[in-house]
Design a protein around this ligand. Structure first.
Ligand SMILES: *[C@@H]1O[C@H](CO)[C@@H](O)[C@H](O)[C@H]1NC(C)=O
Length: 239
């Protein structure tokens, strides 16, 4: 039996976990072929099962196509047992088993695939946490998401990373991390980085100043172009 031992997929995409097999009597095998798909434990109850007799290669592929999250991908009679998972979520992360049973050949064969769902680092929010009743200092808190879990660094306005001692990190979900630092009105940036990329957000958010400047530049260019057009046309008309 051939499977991919590890499959990586970005969250939200569809993925195929390949699985196929060969057996000694496959030239003349006309018996029943049963596919079972299991997750997490090698002896779990199958979440998908289907079965077909290998009498003729014509007609249906054996197992009905479905629009459900899990469906089989390939033709059992051609010894294809791949699994299609639609719109993968973090909860799909883990071990999947591919099992085939041939009627009359006794034992089943089973192999496993690790599905690894990835999420690009992103910053979900940055907020100020006011001191509690315990009088703890005010902190700036950043919630990040990513799989693998990103590394969080805090940068001052000049881009210098803050001391690790001041940073508190705490996992807040399967792929989420809350990071915080003591905060006194200054400008700070929260930066989340993993092998998949980088995300950064500044607090307070950047001034809109440069947007205004861009608008002025566009207006000037537009006016110049209009002026050129008008003079160009009047020159042509005079001729
Ligand atoms: C089903 O039969 C075809 C030939 O008729 C053969 O090529 C194929 O390997 C058989 N499938 C299985 C699962 O043995």
């Amino acid at each position: 039996m051939a499977v991919s031992p590890v499959v990586f997929v970005p969250r939200g995409e569809d993925v195929v976990l390949p699985c196929s097999f060969t057996h000694p009597r496959q030239q003349h095998y006309s018996g029943r072929v049963t596919l079972k798909r299991l997750a997490r434990e090698p002896n779990a109850l199958p979440f998908l099962a289907c079965s077909v007799r290998n009498e003729s290669m014509e007609g249906k592929r054996g197992c009905a196509e479905s629009e459900l999250k899990y469906s089989m991908y390939g033709d059992l009679r051609r010894r294809e047992l791949s699994l299609l998972i639609r719109r993968v979520q973090l909860g799909d992360n883990g071990t999947f088993f591919c099992r085939v049973e041939l009627h009359g050949l006794g034992q089943y064969i089973q192999r496993e695939t690790q599905l690894y769902v990835t999420v690009q680092p992103q910053i979900l929010n940055v907020s100020v946490v006011e001191p509690g009743s315990d009088g703890a200092p005010r902190r700036l808190q950043c919630e990040v998401e990513g799989q693998p879990l990103p590394n969080v660094t805090w940068l001052s306005a000049s881009g210098t990373p803050m001391q690790d001692l001041e940073v508190k990190n705490q996992q807040s979900g399967p792929a989420r991390l809350l990071s915080s630092v003591p905060y006194l009105q200054e400008v700070l940036s929260c930066r989340a980085e993993s092998r998949l990329g980088v995300a950064e957000r500044r607090h307070p958010a950047a001034h809109r100043g440069h947007v205004g400047a861009q608008l002025v530049v566009r207006l000037v260019v537009f006016t110049l172009l209009a002026a050129l057009l008008v003079t160009g046309t009047s020159v042509l008309i005079r001729r």
